[in-house]
Ligand binder design. Sequence first.
Ligand SMILES: CC(C)(COP(=O)(O)OP(=O)(O)OC[C@H]1O[C@@H](n2cnc3c(N)ncnc32)[C@H](O)[C@@H]1OP(=O)(O)O)[C@@H](O)C(=O)NCCC(=O)NCCS
Length: 223
Amino acid sequence: MLFTSVWAGNVQSISVFTTLRSPGHDAARDGPPPSPLERTVMRRVAVTPIAMSDATEFIAAAARSRKLHAQWFSPPSTSARYRAKLKRLQPPDNYGFAIRHRDSGVLVGYIEITNVVRGMFQSAYLAYCAFSGHERQGFMTEGLKQVIRYAFTDLGLHRLEANVQPANTASIALVRACGFRNEGYSARYLKVRGRWRDHERWALLSDQSPANAAKRRRATLKS
Ligand SMILES: CC(C)(COP(=O)(O)OP(=O)(O)OC[C@H]1O[C@@H](n2cnc3c(N)ncnc32)[C@H](O)[C@@H]1OP(=O)(O)O)[C@@H](O)C(=O)NCCC(=O)NCCS
């Protein structure tokens, strides 16, 4: 199976696979069922651990998406780089996800959770891209919401952070749509394409996550 080749021996990999692949709504896990509108949107993408078997499609998608990714993101564009990326994306510290259209199976985007820090932090970073031809259709919002749910429930994280260059309006719109809040501005935060670039720090805490809204509602009703 897919996950065995990627996250072999990792128990969490099995849970991510089943959780994210499952199209069914589990009331105990997910809270009240989504509204009809949410249901239509939520069913469009499936999120699976990125694997070696995704390489050919991923590399082709990355090549045709250079204009979309512009100066913002550089996904691996050769099989050697893809292999190296996969090697780095190893749980329990790093996770990569393919976002696929549920009906056609086509790869529409990619999301990674990196640098999981446990102990007093319980936090991690996010990076992501859509692939050309599938952008601006809400697939990334839907995929990111699924990844967020996985991060806060299965991984038990407390905080997810995305650092975005101020001019990257699409990326800011995406994190905003997923409930992230702008925490501040970090001057010369990351070296991108040879220059230290300023970034906005966007973060989402597990207790602010829309994914946990149902849990919060239940807790409020009980108290
Ligand atoms: C950021 C990115 C992943 C968004 O993907 P997407 O497929 O457009 O995402 P969605 O369709 O789910 O849209 C998410 C939000 O972004 C908005 N958006 C997308 N492209 C936009 C653009 N060019 N300008 C303004 N808003 C944009 C959408 O309208 C939507 O906002 P809404 O919910 O308020 O309507 C995509 O633009 C991308 O791959 N960019 C290059 C890589 C990148 O910047 N990665 C992040 C580095 S920090």
